[in-house]
Design a protein around this ligand. Structure first.
Ligand code: 6GU
Length: 266
C-alpha cells in the first residue's frame, strides 16, 4: 500500500518510524511518503495561508501549494501508473475525467466535519492501494482544492471523533495506526485481530498474566482450570458485562445474529 501525507508540520508524522508502524514500513508492506507543503510554495516567505475572502477570523490555506503537492502525489500514484503507464505523460483533465472511480486514489481530508472513523472503515481503508491524506491547519483549505481534487481522487472528509483538534496531523496518525496494523503481515499475532474490541460487536475480555497473586489480588480461578470450554464461556460473559456497562450503545445497535443461544442475560 502507498500512503502520502501532505502537511506543513511533517515532524508531527515522525513517530511513523517507530515500533510496528516502522516495521511494516521497513518490510515493504506500506510505502509512506511525507511531503512538506511549504516545498510547494515558491514566494520568498513560502506562504501557505492568506486571509479569507468575505472577511472573518483566521487564515485559509492557499490553493496553489496544495494543487502542486497533490499533482506530485498523483504523479507518483501506483494506481495511476498501472492504468496509464509510468512514462506516459498524462493530459491532466482528460485523463482524470476518463478515469473510473475505482481507478482513482483515495484522498482523505481530516476534518471534524467529516464522517466518523471506526474499525469498519479502517478495514475498508486497509484494502486500498493508494491513500493520500491532506491534514489542514488554520480555518481549512480553499474549497476549490477539494472541488478540483474530485477529478483525480475519491475525496473523503473523515473525523476521528466529536471534538476539535488544532489540525489534522494527529488525526492522520490515529487513522494510519488503525489502518496499517490491518494490512496482512503487519501484526505480530494476526489472531489477536479476530478477538479484539470493535471486531465482534463486543468489547475485549479482561486479560491476566503471571504471577497468579499480586498485591492481594488473584487471577480468576477459571483461567487456571485448563477447561477451555468453560474459559471461553467466562470470557464471552465478561465481554457482554463490560460492553453493557461501558458501551450500552453497542448493545442497543447489535443485530440479533450477534447473540449466541448460550448467551445469558447478565
Ligand atoms: Cl480529523 N481534524 C481536526 N482538526 N479536528 C478533529 C478531527 C480531525 N477529528 C476530530 N476532531
Amino acid at each position: 500500500m502507498r500512503i502520502d501525507v501532505i502537511s506543513i508540520f511533517p515532524d508531527y508524522l515522525a513517530p511513523l518510524e517507530l515500533s510496528l508502524l516502522g516495521k511494516a514500513r521497513q518490510e515493504g508492506l506500506v510505502d509512506v511518503q511525507i511531503h512538506n507543503l511549504r516545498d510547494f510554495a515558491f514566494d520568498r516567505h513560502k506562504t501557505v495561508d492568506d486571509t479569507p475572502y468575505g472577511g472573518g477570523a483566521g487564515m485559509v490555506m492557499k490553493a496553489e501549494p496544495w494543487g502542486l503537492a497533490l499533482d506530485r502525489v498523483l504523479a507518483q500514484s501506483p494506481v495511476l501508473q498501472s492504468s496509464a503507464g509510468a512514462d506516459q505523460p498524462q493530459d491532466d483533465a482528460a485523463a482524470a475525467s476518463a478515469r473510473a472511480e475505482g481507478e482513482k486514489p483515495l484522498l482523505i481530508v481530516p476534518s471534524p466535519a467529516g464522517t466518523v472513523f471506526n474499525q469498519q472503515l479502517a478495514y475498508e481503508l486497509a484494502q486500498e492501494e493508494h491513500i493520500a491524506f491532506a491534514p489542514a491547519r488554520y480555518e481549512g483549505i480553499d474549497e476549490r482544492v477539494l472541488d478540483w481534487s474530485e477529478e483525480s481522487f475519491r475525496v473523503m472528509p473523515v473525523s476521528i471523533g466529536d471534538y476539535v483538534l488544532y489540525g489534522g496531523e494527529v488525526a492522520v496518525m490515529v487513522m494510519l495506526e488503525a489502518i496499517i496494523r490491518l494490512i496482512p503481515g503487519a501484526m505480530g499475532n494476526p489472531e489477536s485481530l479476530a478477538e479484539e474490541s470493535h471486531t465482534g460487536g463486543l468489547l475485549e475480555y479482561p486479560v491476566y498474566t503471571k504471577p497468579a497473586q499480586w498485591r492481594g489480588r488473584e487471577v480468576p480461578e477459571i483461567l487456571l482450570s485448563g477447561n477451555h470450554g468453560a474459559i471461553a464461556r467466562w470470557r464471552r460473559d465478561e465481554q457482554i458485562k463490560r460492553t453493557f456497562s461501558r458501551r450500552y450503545d453497542m448493545i442497543a445497535s447489535a443485530s440479533d445474529e450477534m447473540w449466541d443461544k448460550k448467551d445469558r442475560k447478565l
